[in-house]
Design a protein around this ligand. Structure first.
Ligand SMILES: Nc1nc2c(ncn2[C@@H]2O[C@H](COP(=O)(O)OP(=O)(O)O)[C@@H](O)[C@H]2O)c(=O)[nH]1
Ligand SMILES: [Mg+2]
Length: 308
């Protein structure tokens, strides 16, 4: 059965204090902050992020799941059905947001035809190409209390939210799915060439992200203010955006926890091995150089966040 791994979470940074979420992320208070997920009651009017027109904001809810999608007509409907089935059973309110930028297949038409009374599906366009640009767009137009992203192929099962939501409610501002910590299960491993490319990428990413074992698992959730603050300055729009995003989250000095996930590699990857892989490695090299790690012959200490 596909469920999230039931092992311990690996916390980084100070343990969340009794004040709960929102104590130290630097951004302004998001709409819905301070609401208790699942208790109902009228949601406060959403506040737009500077530069984002109010009209683009979606209605508030407790948990919003962003699904960046490029030509996902084959994989996405199945994922949406599973997500809706799961979310309809939860006590908190939620919505699904598909962010498409330039699909040329039937992704858009299919999403428009799906829906559920309790779990709305929003379709959002994004003029800028790339998974990173799509996630950034989704975060900046969200009014949810907690927001995160998952892949259209559900390589990480939706049931992972069984662990994520209580951690967010309990005071963590960032919950990062990981395939590389104790308790993670690789139900369906990646092909060999991806494992090799991934190892090179991880080596670099770990220099930039002390204490984070897996920057690339497509399952990450945040409190709204943490997500907004972290994505507001994102420059990387491709697959390496997670590294820049996590670097920004670490710099916010919030409570981060990496949790083990069950992960199954799915057929139909949108990643063009050579083109996207080379670009991702180049992007992470640039991030490392900007952080100063390459100039100093790998000897400089990261200087941000927590010790690993
Ligand atoms: N909006 C958008 N989504 C993308 C883009 N590239 C990839 N994605 C989505 O990112 C998610 C992860 O992609 P996937 O092909 O599963 O990557 P892999 O698991 O690393 O092989 C999927 O939901 C894709 O549809 C893009 O350029 N724009
Ligand atoms: Mg995938």
């Amino acid at each position: 059965m596909e469920t999230a791994a039931t092992t311990q979470a690996e916390p980084h940074g100070p343990a969340p204090g009794p004040a709960g979420p929102g104590t130290s992320a630097g951004a302004g208070a998001p709409a819905g902050a301070g609401r208790t997920a699942g208790t109902g009651g009228p949601a406060p009017a959403p506040e737009a992020w500077p530069g984002i027109p109010q009209a683009l904001l979606r209605p508030p809810c407790d948990v919003e799941i962003l699904i960046p999608a490029k030509n996902e007509a084959r994989r996405l409907p199945h994922a949406l059905f599973r997500m809706i089935r799961y979310l309809e059973q939860q006590s908190y309110t939620s919505s699904l947001v598909v962010i498409d930028n330039g699909s040329v297949d039937r992704t858009v038409n299919l999403v428009k035809r799906l829906g559920s009374g309790r779990v709305p599906i929003h379709l959002v366009g994004c003029a800028e190409r790339g998974k990173g640009a799509a996630v950034r767009r989704g975060v900046l137009t969200s009014s949810a209390r907690f927001v995160g992203y998952m892949d259209a192929d559900l390589a990480t099962p939706i049931e992972t939210l069984d662990f994520i939501v209580p951690l967010l409610k309990g005071g963590y501002q960032a919950v990062i799915g990981s395939r590389h910590i104790g308790g993670a299960t690789l139900a369906e491993p990646q092909p060999g060439r991806r494992i090799l490319g991934g190892a090179v990428f991880r080596l670099l990413a770990r220099r930039i992200l002390p204490g984070i074992e897996d920057s690339q698992c497509g399952c990450k959730f945040f409190t709204a203010e943490t997500a907004r603050a972290a994505v507001s300055e994102l420059q990387v729009t491709g697959f390496a955006f997670d590294v820049e995003l996590l670097r920004a989250v670490i710099a916010l000095d919030v409570n981060i926890v990496e949790i083990p996930v069950v992960w199954s590699d799915q057929e139909g990857s949108t990643l063009n091995g050579l083109r996207d892989g080379v670009k991702a490695v180049a992007d992470v090299f640039r991030l490392a150089r900007r952080s100063g790690f390459l100039c100093a012959g790998w000897s400089r200490s990261p200087g941000i966040g927590f010790s690993s």
